[in-house]
Design a binder for this molecule. Structure first.
Ligand SMILES: N[C@@H](CCC(=O)N[C@@H](CS)C(=O)NCC(=O)O)C(=O)O
Length: 229
């Protein structure tokens, strides 16, 4: 196996790389890395102390040589090395938009979903504590609608965020929104119909199914209705 993906399926950033490789039909091995605490050998190849990191063993098998950290850097590398099917548009403006939406979902959307909602619920459970529902509910009500409204507007009723085929923008958005679904259930389809449809369609793709099945097994509990009291 020439590619090793270091990380854990419950990370939306690892999922993004996992799904992108599967969409391209590229074989890889997912090597589990526990980040709580992060082992020393992994710190050496992850200067930012984050998962994922990809190792291309065709380039290097030990130390930093052959490794690339960061999901966006990895996906750009994978696109260059395995161009078909393309996940980044070739038209310059469309490509710019796809990269922007990838970045927006990895930063703004992921900030609200990850730190604001997923962590207060799931990390509390991992620590054997009750979920911090007050924090999760506040973020769900106050900070989440803005990014969802923005993405709904960018979809504008279309099937994909950029152009007429699947791109890295759709994959990134759905990797973050499935993180939300794991603890809070599906999006309100009456308020964000195009976005809810995108999540539903992509979640059913063969590229998403294996990772999401593992995530549901890890989370175990039913989602919590954060819109209620
Ligand atoms: N920009 C990075 C973000 C990666 C990231 O934040 N990963 C989280 C897991 S979801 C992590 O490794 N966190 C380590 C920590 O919080 O100590 C990417 O796209 O790969």
């Amino acid at each position: 196996m020439s590619l090793i993906l270091y990380g854990a399926p419950l990370s939306p950033f690892v999922r993004k790389v996992d799904v992108s490789l599967r969409e391209k039909g590229v074989e890889f091995e997912l090597e589990s890395v526990n980040i709580l605490p992060m082992p020393d050998w992994f710190k050496e190849i992850s200067p930012a102390r984050r998962i994922p990191v990809l190792r291309d063993t065709a380039v290097g098998t030990e130390g930093r040589v052959g490794t690339i950290p960061d999901s966006s850097a990895i996906c750009a590398y994978v696109e260059q090395k395995f161009p078909a099917p393309p996940l980044y548009p070739t038209d310059p403006y469309a490509r710019g938009r796809a990269v922007w939406l990838e970045e927006y979902c990895d930063s703004d959307l992921s900030g609200v979903v990850g730190m604001g909602i997923f962590r207060p619920i799931q990390f509390a459970r991992f620590a054997g504590k009750d979920p911090d529902l007050a924090t999760a509910r506040q973020n769900y009500a106050e900070r989440l609608p803005g990014p969802l409204d923005y993405l709904e507007g960018e979809l504008d009723g279309h099937e994909f965020l950029v152009g007429s085929t699947l791109t890295i923008a759709d994959i990134t958005a759905v990797c973050v929104l499935t993180q939300l679904e794991l603890v809070a259930g599906p999006l309100d389809a009456s308020r964000w119909p195009a976005l809810a449809g995108l999540v539903k369609r992509l979640s059913a793709r063969p590229s998403f199914v294996p990772c999401l099945e593992i995530c549901h097994k890890i989370v175990k509990q039913d989602p919590i209705d954060l819109a209620g009291d």
